[in-house]
Design a binder for this molecule. Structure first.
Ligand code: SF4
Ligand code: SF4
Length: 382
């Protein structure tokens, strides 16, 4: 049975965060049970985009600071790394404040660039190998420091999705391309990658999360969730429960349940610390996407593709023609004329929503499909 520790946390006050993370480890026998003197520990925060910490796009610097303090006291060597969608981990860490907040701990920063292979010897796994950042493999332990946010493609990004940052930048589009419009395939890959990396511990920063047009351009939302677990899957199951999102609605939760993973079922998880009822969160806003996997035959879906799939929606008033969407689109489905327009070739578009995720100005949102509009109306009248 998996365990998740919850500590209701009101602010990012340095002492409050440190004490509460120590408390979280306490429910698992203390941080010393997981880490030993001299070990090289890699911290993997969410460094999606270069934004100030108050925008809650990235894991908050105080979470990283607290983790560094705990590891330093044990005598570990600390490395902090990620592979942001655009720009470098160091540039993002500087902008969001992580770089400055941990400089006294002597932590090294690394932008994941070179990869090495993890082989998986398990009949139960579909993916038999992953190319991940060399630093992940070289570290003795990995600590996953995720942020709770809404997500245009997966609905939510939390602990499982955060380890996708272990895939170096150039290889990420290949995974999107392999998955195509099959979001469950992508979710399965995210889960199996997370299990292959096997973080020693996972902390979820939902003191403030992001709702709406996440993961980069949504609204900050106070949630008071600080949680930890050995299992990313269990952590996400509990966090989704707290924000009242059904396990079948977000893709990694749904697929984890299909895989019958330990930690995918709320009733089978031991919750330590605060109780679920201590968090009274309602109305968490999700992106305008519902279901890329509606159950009709594939051939019919192909014909009805225009009606059944959500689309990227562009707001020219917000666009500054920075070209990031054009550069990150794995399907080369974007046509851009600087100062004039951006057009999406919806026949090529694989609905990965990397453009929506990485647009720095919130000029791209997810447009609900016609099918989903009808389905919502139908559900309201049932
Ligand atoms: S839509 Fe966003 S990412 Fe694309 S060019 Fe405009 S501002 Fe840049
Ligand atoms: S246009 Fe946007 S959603 Fe479509 S494939 Fe390109 S990045 Fe993905």
């Amino acid at each position: 049975m998996q365990k998740v520790a919850l500590v209701k946390t009101k602010t990012y006050d340095r002492n409050e965060i440190y004490n509460n993370i120590v408390k979280i480890f306490g429910y698992f026998g203390g941080a010393e049970k997981f880490f030993s003197r001299g070990e090289k520990v890699l911290l993997k925060p969410n460094l999606l985009f270069a934004r100030r910490s108050g925008e809650h796009v990235t894991t908050h610097p105080e979470i990283v600071h607290a983790m560094c303090r705990i590891l330093k006291d044990i005598g570990c060597k600390i490395v902090i790394g990620d592979s942001p969608g655009f720009s470098s981990a160091i540039a993002v860490a500087k902008k969001c404040g992580i770089y400055d907040s941990v400089k006294n701990f002597g932590a090294g920063f690394v932008n994941f660039e070179k990869s090495a292979e993890i082989k998986i010897n398990s009949e139960e796994r579909i993916f038999k190998k992953f190319e991940v950042a060399r630093e992940i493999i070289e570290a003795d332990k990995v600590v996953n420091l995720a942020k709770l946010k809404s997500h245009g493609q997966m609905l939510l990004t939390m602990s499982v999705k955060n380890t996708f940052g272990a895939v170096v930048g150039l290889l990420k589009p290949q995974w999107h391309f392999k998955a195509g419009v099959d979001a469950e395939f992508f979710a399965r890959m995210l889960i199996e990658l997370n299990l292959a990396i096997a973080p020693a511990f996972n902390i979820l920063d939902g003191v403030y999360g992001m709702q709406g047009n996440g993961p980069a351009n949504g609204e900050a939302r106070e949630l008071n969730i600080l949680a930890g677990s050995v299992s990313s899957v269990a952590l996400d199951t509990v966090a989704a429960e707290l924000i009242k999102v059904s396990q079948d609605a977000f893709y990694t939760g749904r697929v984890a349940r299909k895989m019958k993973l330990d930690g995918a079922f709320i009733d089978d998880i031991e919750i330590a610390g605060n109780k679920k009822e201590d968090f009274n969160i309602s109305g968490f806003k999700l992106p305008q996407m519902i279901d890329l996997q509606w159950p009709v035959l594939k051939s019919i879906r192909r014909v009805l593709r225009g009606f059944s799939l959500p689309e990227p929606l562009y707001d020219i008033k917000k666009c500054r023609f920075c070209k990031i969407c054009f550069e990150v689109c794995p399907a080369k489905a974007i046509d851009l004329k600087t100062g004039e327009y951006i057009k999406f070739d919806l026949k090529k578009c694989i609905r990965c929503f990397c453009c929506q995720e990485l647009c720095p100005f919130g000029a791209i949102t997810v447009k609900e499909s016609v099918f989903d509009k009808f389905r919502k109306i139908f559900n309201n009248y049932k």
